[in-house]
Ligand binder design. Structure first.
Ligand code: MLT
Length: 233
């Protein structure tokens, strides 16, 4: 089995892909489902999300870390963790994370959303699905590599290596080195550019929440929705 880590998204993936946007889209996606959401729709643009308003869905997302005008929620996992989403579908659009999922879905068949909060469950799910190769994709921030995502990729890679034999690429080696050299999860996330930005925005609770390792076994899995509009996963 091959394992590779892409430090930023690109366009050509194997069947099984783990998409990471630890601060905060994939952490928040896990939380929505943990809090009872029936489904998540990940849109390519805020406009597609707003166009779904009439379907009774709830909208969550951000630009620059702050809520999008007209949305019900921002992209805070702490905010999501305080709500009950039972029976609801949540539509998400974020700066980087939902776009990375869309890119992965262009060629990947089995796309799972991963964060630190569901790291071990996500790794197990990918290992169970894969036959030849697993790609771990870091969303990054505005085309810049994000330490928080690479650190998370290192956690996933370390755990996958404990589950069986893998041939790993240099991206995976970099992620393992970052994981082993960046301290504990909160130190790593807080030292990242985006983590520091969130702290400066007064969203440090989200960073602390996102640093909790494997507190959830929920693994958001993208399915191609036949009855959803163009630009939605
Ligand atoms: C992203 O998509 O880059 C993140 O979700 C941004 C954020 O939530 O702060």
């Amino acid at each position: 089995m091959r394992l590779r880590v892409d430090l930023l998204p690109h366009g050509n993936y194997p069947d099984v892909v783990l998409v990471i946007d630890t601060l905060r889209a994939t952490t928040t996606a896990v939380t929505y489902l943990e809090r009872g959401a029936d489904a998540l729709l990940l849109t390519s643009t805020p406009e597609v999300a707003l166009g779904l308003r009439g379907e009774g869905y709830l909208l969550g997302g951000e630009r620059g870390g702050l809520p999008i005008a007209g949305f019900d929620f921002g992209n805070s996992p702490v905010e999501a963790g305080g709500q009950n989403f039972t029976g609801k579908t949540v539509v998400m659009n974020t700066t980087n994370g939902t776009g990375a999922a869309h890119m992965a879905a262009q060629t990947g068949k089995h796309i799972f959303l991963a964060a630190l909060t569901n790291a071990h469950a996500a790794a197990r799910r990918a290992r169970a699905q894969a036959t030849e190769e697993i790609a771990i994709v870091c969303a990054g921030t505005n085309e810049h590599v994000g330490l928080e995502d690479v650190y998370t990729a290192g956690v996933l890679a370390e755990y996958l290596l404990s589950l069986g034999e893998f041939t790993i690429d240099d991206g995976a080696r970099i992620a393992l080195t970052v994981r082993r050299g960046s301290g504990n999860p909160l130190e790593a996330l807080s030292s990242s550019v985006h983590g520091a930005r969130l702290h400066n925005l007064g969203l440090g609770d989200d960073v602390r929440y996102a640093a909790e390792l494997s507190t959830s076994t929920v693994v958001p899995t993208l399915v191609e929705g036949s009855d959803v509009p163009e630009g939605t996963l």
